[in-house]
Ligand binder design. Structure first.
Ligand SMILES: [Zn+2]
Length: 194
């Protein structure tokens, strides 16, 4: 099994930062992605970032890269897109808080299983998980990176970068460690269950 980590956005993407500029989504997602990839490799799991560039890479190009790797591995790959959520336009602090996981409207059973693994690990860590329904831990949305990739694919919104408390948590050493642990443990749980 090969684990593909997508870090959306780039240094040139407008917005996508906390109101005080302390957190930039493209940079934060790359840091988390790098740590997740290296911890997975330490656990003997093949993993790589599909966006090595610092600039924004289009969703269609990212899907193309993921689909090529999925094909090359004989359909043994999964994709996790790492993001931070935002409730406003970045100009002021907002109230919404919490962590959530998302799949596309055309999500496969395996994509939903992967999302459920993430939500279960997040809940077991005591993190505030946003769920659309009490018995459904993932949100279903029209997401290009999940819709147009052939492998099981999810998008993770790691708390709100435009909520002051969430942003402080994300930037703290403990917060960073917990976000990395969540991704690594959920991926390992999914792989062991397949
Ligand atoms: Zn994002």
């Amino acid at each position: 099994m090969k684990v593909l980590i997508d870090n959306g956005h780039g240094v040139n993407t407008p917005g996508k930062r906390s109101p005080d500029g302390s957190l930039r989504e493209y940079l934060y997602a790359r840091e988390i992605a790098d740590r997740v990839v290296s911890e997975l490799k330490n656990s003997g799991i093949d993993a790589e970032r599909i966006v090595k560039e610092d600039v924004d890479i289009s969703i269609s190009e990212r899907c193309k890269r993921a689909n090529a790797i999925y094909k090359a591995t004989g359909k043994k790959a999964i994709l996790i897109s790492v993001h931070c959520n935002a409730a406003g336009n970045g100009s002021s602090w907002m109230n919404a808080r919490g962590w959530s996981v998302h799949v596309s409207t055309n999500a496969s059973k395996k994509s939903k299983e992967l999302a459920t693994c993430f939500a279960n690990i997040a809940m077991s860590m005591g993190l505030k998980v946003r769920k659309p329904l009490p018995n459904q831990p993932y949100w279903v949305q029209n997401l290009g990176i999940c819709r147009d990739t052939n492998c099981p694919a999810i998008l993770v919104e790691n708390f709100f970068m435009d909520n002051k408390q969430d942003c402080e948590f994300l930037l703290s050493p403990e917060g960073r460690d917990q976000i990395v642990d969540l991704h690594v443990n959920a991926i390992l749980k999914y792989i062991k269950g397949v």
